[in-house]
Design a protein around this ligand. Structure first.
Ligand SMILES: NC(=O)c1ccc[n+]([C@@H]2O[C@H](COP(=O)([O-])OP(=O)(O)OC[C@H]3O[C@@H](n4cnc5c(N)ncnc54)[C@H](O)[C@@H]3O)[C@@H](O)[C@H]2O)c1
Ligand SMILES: [Zn+2]
Length: 338
């Protein structure tokens, strides 16, 4: 187990890389802690969870909402949770988002930590302190920014993760490589999903590298005034597609990254969109989709990142370097319609 502490503006987070779930008992007081897990994680890892206070929630994005928050709060009251209680979200991004949110509002705030159990949660969702829930189709509409006090990484929890969720996680890893880490782009190129998944060493190194990369970006800009926006690479179009079509988040983001790379060639002097597209496909992700262009434009116009007649779009300058540039709705329309 390797402990590294990262400081944020008003808190610090202890990251325990290469750890075992059983170490949790040393990080928190078992009696004063309550774990929040979803039903699938509970099913696969029930043996490890024995002896802990647990609230089980339904699995899936459709349950990342106020109803589930209310259920959890009811349970906390029943379990007599007080200000000394520590909440631990053990799960994917849905569980970590909702746990961080409940911990921020219950009794005006409890201490909380995460044990991420999906690749996506390990490299992305559990990091950075954004916690929240959806309101119908509006993703992450309600939430807080508050850092967890710890993150515990037990890579062996990923053994039960279905292939489709591995692929999802790789979309964010490819995103990180594109915006900030040309050397990792090469490592990804030289490997594939199974060579990474089944090598404990490669997997551990890759997860740690991605967790640190996202952490650095968040540290520089916790409240998303500048560079944190780079993490939205592929997400503007991606979110619109995800809402309208039956795509996973990773698939939608992959298509969004492919389009953003081509747009970067048109507007930002980028030359390597074919390399980005190849890497996306190498990891089982789609780089293209026939979509209803007018409708997708309409949804993108509603995007949170829009300011008046422009959208702040993340474009690549080269592999490993991204910039945020205003793109007018007209430019975007022309690009999408061609
Ligand atoms: N807060 C942030 O900065 C941030 C960043 C990125 C994503 N997110 C959020 O994260 C969520 C997506 O995260 P996700 O992809 O982890 O989704 P998820 O939590 O829904 O997990 C995906 C699926 O895997 C299952 N699962 C989880 N761990 C498992 C395991 N070890 N074995 C078997 N099955 C397991 C879950 O039950 C679920 O069915 C979205 O709600 C997104 O908005 C948040
Ligand atoms: Zn994402």
């Amino acid at each position: 187990m390797k402990k590294i502490t990262y400081k944020f503006s008003s808190a610090s987070t202890d990251y325990y890389f290469d750890a075992s779930f059983s170490a949790l008992g040393r990080l928190v007081n078992k009696k004063q802690s309550i774990l929040i897990v979803d039903e699938k994680v509970f099913f696969h890892h029930a043996a490890k969870l024995k002896g802990w206070n647990i609230i089980v929630i339904k699995s899936g994005e459709q349950h990342k909402n106020q109803d589930t928050v209310n259920d959890i709060i009811q349970n906390l009251v029943q379990l007599e949770a007080d200000r000394k209680t520590v909440l631990v979200g053990v799960g994917g991004g849905v569980v970590t988002d909702i746990t961080g949110y409940v911990a921020s509002i219950y009794m005006r705030g409890l201490t909380f930590g995460f044990v991420p159990t999906t690749l996506l949660a390990m490299v992305d969702a559990s990091i950075g302190g954004k916690n929240g829930i959806d309101l119908g189709l509006y993703k992450n509409m309600v939430g807080t920014i508050r850092q967890p006090s710890f993150l515990l990484y037990d890579y062996s929890l990923l053994k039960s993760l279905p292939e489709s969720e591995w692929i999802n996680g790789f979309a964010e890893i490819i995103k990180h490589a594109c915006i900030n880490d040309a050397a990792m782009f090469k490592i990804l190129k030289q490997n594939d999903l199974s060579s990474i998944r089944y090598s404990k060493k490669t997997l551990g190194e890759l997860i740690e590298r991605n967790a640190k990369l996202k952490t650095k970006i968040v540290q520089q800009d916790e409240f998303e005034k500048g560079n944190r926006k780079l993490l939205n690479f592929g997400h503007t179009l991606g979110h619109a597609l995800e809402n309208m079509y039956d795509l996973s988040h990773g698939q939608a983001v992959a298509i969004g990254m492919a389009y953003a790379s081509v747009l970067s060639e048109k507007l930002n002097g980028f030359h390597e969109s074919s390399r980005v597209i190849e890497l996306i496909e190498q990891y089982g992700l789609p780089a293209n989709l026939e979509f209803e262009k007018d409708e997708v434009m309409d949804v993108m116009k509603m995007d949170k990142k829009r300011e008046r007649k422009e959208i702040h779009y993340v474009l690549l300058e080269k592999i490993g370097k991204a910039v945020v540039k205003p793109v007018t709705l007209r430019q975007l329309e022309q690009f999408i319609q061609q």
